[in-house]
Design a protein around this ligand. Structure first.
Ligand code: NAD
Length: 298
């Protein structure tokens, strides 16, 4: 019988959302400013539509001003840039988010870099990446998924990770790299592993904190985990499973949860772990931007 903790990201996100809503109400009361989030979506990709709807719904639940700009799949890049320019200059908008991926004819870098760093609530602008990498975490907009993960880790082991080994699996710009920067800023000894890493299992076995952000179902096995480690599963994988003789699809993470929970101190489930925290951190970044615009500390 395991005594490990199943980290409840949904409950944590709900608790944070309450705080964000209260602070948003206070900002409106004291400064007449309502945090404003603009979401730009190009094309009809069904998964992106769901993500954007969830972001908007959460923004509204937090009392934010929320606008959505839906652009046609074949929209010229100049039109996207003109819209972002307009949003950059709109005082009612504090956060701008362009839902990725974009259609092939649009250059993702040009589009994301055209958002003003002070409204870059996804944390993809080079200015924010630079601040984070330089260790100025409090001054940067940090990408939402790693920012949420740090709060989950903090709940388990505290904010100072001195003396702890952390292994990040995956080196994407959205998750892996900013995750490693945050862990380093919190004094962990950090290893970034990826598809070219030799003996991944051996690398993971040395980790007190494991963050798996790969996109391969159940890749991290229980016997890779150091006893007592904190395991954060970022992966979202849709797999087919037999339920009562019927084939259904369900979501699973990069970690074999049932195995890991037998060895680890704490593990995030999928769904219900990292995912809910990501959207909440987007709200947190937008609130921060609005507070800075009001001359308040972030
Ligand atoms: P990505 O495809 O950009 O990067 C995947 C990384 O995994 C790469 O750096 C690659 O080197 C590494 N990798 C691939 N195969 C590997 C292997 N065999 N061994 C070790 N490393 C390997 O993906 P991403 O955008 O970072 O997302 C990773 C996963 O996290 C996906 O499943 C994605 O859906 C999920 N995700 C979840 C959230 C959330 O909020 N829960 C947010 C972002 C991403």
């Amino acid at each position: 019988m395991t005594t490990a903790i199943r980290i409840d990201g949904k409950a944590k996100a709900a608790e944070l959302s309450k705080e964000i809503t209260a602070r948003s109400e206070a900002l409106l009361r004291d400064h007449g400013i309502r945090p404003g989030l603009a979401v730009v979506i190009v094309g009809e990709d069904p998964a992106s539509q769901v993500y954007v709807r969830n972001k908007q719904r959460t923004a509204e639940a937090c009392g934010f001003h929320s606008v959505r700009h839906s652009l046609a799949e074949d929209v010229p890049q100049a039109e996207v840039l003109a819209l972002i320019d307009e949003l950059n200059r709109d005082d009612a908008i504090h956060g701008i988010l362009v839902q990725l991926p974009l259609p092939d004819h649009l250059d993702e870098q040009t589009v994301t870099q055209s958002i003003l760093p002070v409204k870059d609530v996804d944390g993809f602008h080079y200015v924010n990446i630079g601040k984070l990498t330089a260790g100025h975490v409090d001054d940067a907009f940090v990408p939402c998924t790693p920012a949420g993960i740090m709060l989950l880790i903090e709940d388990q082991v505290g904010a100072d990770l001195s003396g702890l080994n952390a292994v990040v699996i995956g080196r994407s710009n959205i998750v892996g790299k900013p995750m490693a920067s945050l862990l380093l800023a919190a004094n962990a000894t950090v290893t970034i592993s990826h598809s070219r890493t030799r003996d991944l299992a051996g690398v993971v076995r040395g980790a007190d904190i494991v963050v798996a952000a790969v996109g391969r179902a159940n890749m991290v096995r229980g016997d890779w985990i150091k006893p007592g480690a904190v395991v954060i599963d970022v992966g979202i994988n849709r797999i087919e499973a037999e339920v009562d003789g019927e084939t259904k699809t369900r979501l699973t993470g990069d970690v074999a949860f049932d195995e890991a929970i037998e060895v680890a101190a704490a593990v995030t489930p999928v769904p219900g772990g990292v995912g809910p925290m990501t959207i909440t951190m987007l709200m947190s970044n937008t609130l921060r931007s609005a507070r800075l615009a009001a001359g308040e500390g972030g």
